[in-house]
Design a binder for this molecule. Structure first.
Ligand code: G3P
Length: 225
């Protein structure tokens, strides 16, 4: 199931502010801001909250990571079939905070396709975007690790990495949605990303750590409307 583009994807990571009931509250904020603004918003809840949250909101939910493994005799892994059973539409893969071997990304992307799940594969730079695009995931999200959690938006501080990733990825497969992330906190940051050719943003701390997450998300959504 594809996401409506352009999209804001909120990865709530493992922050205390996004655990359990707080995670559900964030998902409900995403749902109501999406309804109110018409902007497409998806959320990647904490892994242990995924199924519980996915059952209670209408917006698309994603896993933050999945392992390229078949279901079966395994302990503590997140298999893609379980992601689907949880009610998620897909998963993030290869986040710089949860890096994977490219062979595992490939296997996970292919398994996800068979299950009808989408994959948003994170890339740390333009070269990684190029290599990972060849696996033909649903989406590539370019995120330079140095700017993650910095509040300094990739779309302003490093516009080249965004426009170059769009260029290289689209040359390989036009249908891959290119997102960008790292330091995105305002509607202006989102607008700058869209102007560079990105089809959405992947972000975390700008909403999860905000004093008023709803106000932060409304501002971010304003960059797309
Ligand atoms: O996955 C989103 C991410 O790594 C960006 O984090 O906190 O800079 O928005 P943040």
């Amino acid at each position: 199931m594809a996401l409506k583009l352009p999209v804001i994807v909120l990865n709530v990571k493992s922050y205390r502010e996004s655990m359990g009931e707080k995670g559900l509250a964030l998902a409900r904020i995403c749902e109501s801001v999406a309804e109110e603004t018409g902007v497409s918003i998806a959320i990647a809840p904490q892994q242990v909250d995924l199924a519980w949250i996915a059952r209670q909101v209408k917006i698309s939910c994603l896993a933050q990571h999945a392992d390229a493994l078949e279901a079966g005799s395994r302990t503590g892994y997140v298999v893609l079939e379980a992601v689907k059973a949880a009610g998620a539409v897909g998963t993030l893969l290869n986040h710089s905070e949860h890096p994977m071997d490219i062979a595992d990304v490939d296997a996970a992307v292919q398994q996800a396709k068979q299950l009808g799940l989408i994959t948003i594969v994170c890339a740390k730079d333009t070269d990684a975007s190029t290599a990972l695009a060849k696996l033909r995931p649903y989406s590539i999200a370019v995120e330079p690790p140095a700017l993650i959690g910095s509040g300094i938006a990739v779309s302003k501080a490093d516009p080249k990495i965004v426009s170059e990733s769009v260029e290289v990825v689209k040359k390989i497969y036009k249908d891959i949605a290119v997102l960008c992330g790292a330091g995105i906190t305002t509607g202006e940051d989102v607008r700058a990303a869209i102007e560079l050719g990105a089809e959405g943003v992947l972000l975390a701390s700008g909403v999860v750590k905000a004093k008023d997450p709803r106000a932060a998300l409304l501002d971010l959504a304003g960059g797309i409307r």
